[in-house]
Write a protein that binds this ligand. Structure first.
Ligand code: TMP
Ligand code: ZN
Length: 434
């Protein structure tokens, strides 16, 4: 285990370990034989943006680490922070980037066409944020209902005409939806499934809500890619689970559903879109399920050694990235963060980077602007500010949009600006190399 604590030396952030429940039983298979993978010590919440203040003494720090279940190979965070703390007011607004807008249209079109979702059919989205994905379904004429516990975001969605319940999805909520709106032809969860502790309750709820020919489509970061890309920054308190295809298969089988297809996607650093239905339903199991499961086996992901290699690679980045940045700062270079992503906050906090390295962090999200980053307290600024105060280097904290951002920032690169890519190995992109 990499056990270096990241608690800052100065100031007195609060270690509130006692407010985060330790994971004991595996939320997929019920097992309890865990392999320790990485441990980052106490870390603040990745979306815990703060108002600028004279002192941040009350900022809560929770232990952050990952373990792997030796029976089903679920990777799980070590501690569960109360979802009421994490999600009731939430600063993450679904990206309106080109990449994600295109992707959301693809998800809607694929599901509507492939599962013949018609005008009267109901599409329910769990973790629907401000409703942009559901709007893409509405263009296809379907009935839609969003469910999202973030009251600030549900209010925006409702204001935009996308009916949204400000609730955590549960078996009880599923039953109410079925009573009021009838069964769902599609239940969608994009990048929400990894945030759910009570998987059993949610999957049972979805089973009860789905029509006999209904489909549960979930999109999650793919643990195989996380390990291969050393994307350790995907690890933060909100991401409770990191899934392999085989682990998902185990989960749904245990709850009377069947994983019948899976597609690999490039979004968010490599994700999978998994399709699940009733075992008696019309959907035949496609070869991709067995193919990916056997790829996972061949890659050694059911053995301890793969996770030891990952931990070693994480250790290398935690040394090389700060060393590179310290060298640049010592040379008088000015550096700023690009994209105040949640994972960026893992990178900064876990690598010990802060305001002594970054002048500011540029971000397009209104809710984050004029705040400071959790833990490091680097100020968040608008892209307009960044254009007026260009640094020599941008540390690309939103590396999952690298292609789009590097294209968009061609003039910054042409003027001699550079990007630092933190993973899989810290590297520099300049005009010549882009
Ligand atoms: P995400 O990876 O969780 O979607 O977060 C990406 C963050 O980066 C989000 O706060 C928006 C921000 N961002 C920018 O500031 N500029 C950009 O061009 C893009 C694509 C994202
Ligand atoms: Zn397990």
């Amino acid at each position: 285990m990499t056990g270096r604590s990241v608690l800052p030396e100065k100031g007195a952030p609060m270690d509130v370990s006692d407010r985060a429940r330790k994971v004991v039983a595996c939320r997929v298979c019920g097992g309890g034989d865990w392999q320790d993978v990485v441990s980052f010590g106490p870390v603040p919440l990745a979306n815990g943006f703060l108002d600028p203040a004279g002192s941040y003494d009350d900022e809560p720090y929770y232990p952050l680490g990952v373990i792997s279940c030796r029976s089903c190979r679920l990777m799980s965070v070590t501690r569960i922070v109360d979802p009421e703390v994490l999600y009731r007011t939430y600063p993450y607004v679904t990206s309106d980037s080109e990449t994600i807008t295109r992707h959301m249209r693809y998800v809607a079109e694929t599901c509507v066409r492939r599962f013949a979702i018609g005008e009267d059919d109901l599409v329910v989205e769990i973790g629907s944020n401000t409703g942009t994905q559901l709007l893409a379904f509405r263009e296809a004429g379907t009935r839609t209902l969003g469910v999202d516990p973030a009251r600030n975001l549900a209010a925006v969605a409702n204001g935009n005409g996308v009916p949204t319940l400000p609730e955590f999805f549960s078996a009880g909520v599923a039953e109410t939806i079925r009573e009021e709106h009838g069964p769902a032809r599609l239940v969608l969860g994009r990048h929400v499934f990894a945030h759910i502790d009570d998987l059993a309750g949610v999957v049972d709820g979805v089973r009860g809500l789905l029509a006999p020919d209904g489909v549960f489509a979930i999109e999650v970061p793919y643990a195989l890619e996380l390990l291969e890309r050393v994307a350790f920054d995907t690890i933060y308190h909100e991401h409770l689970s990191y899934f392999l295809v085989r682990t998902l298969g185990t989960l749904f089988e245990r709850h009377g559903l069947r994983l019948f297809d899976v597609e690999r996607l490039s979004v968010h650093g490599g994700s999978i879109l998994a399709f699940v239905g009733h075992p008696q339903g019309p959907w035949q199991v496609r070869p991709a399920v067995a193919e990916l499961s056997s790829l996972e086996e061949r890659t050694g992901l059911f053995e301890d050694s793969a996770y030891r290699v990952f931990a070693k690679n994480v250790g290398h980045i935690r040394e090389e990235l700060p060393a590179l940045i310290q060298r640049l700062v010592a040379d008088g270079k000015r550096i700023a963060g690009y994209g105040a992503s949640a994972k960026g906050n893992t990178i900064l906090n876990v690598c010990g980077l802060g305001p002594e390295h970054l002048d500011y962090c540029s971000d397009t999200t209104d809710l984050k602007q004029d705040k400071v980053l959790p833990g490091t307290h680097v100020p968040v600024r608008t892209p307009e500010y960044a254009r007026v105060h260009p640094p020599d280097y941008f540390l690309l904290l939103a590396w999952n949009y690298a292609d789009e951002i590097i294209r968009k920032e061609a003039s910054f690169l042409r003027a001699g600006g550079r990007f630092i890519l933190p993973i899989p190995k810290p590297s520099i992109v300049s005009d010549g190399s882009a």
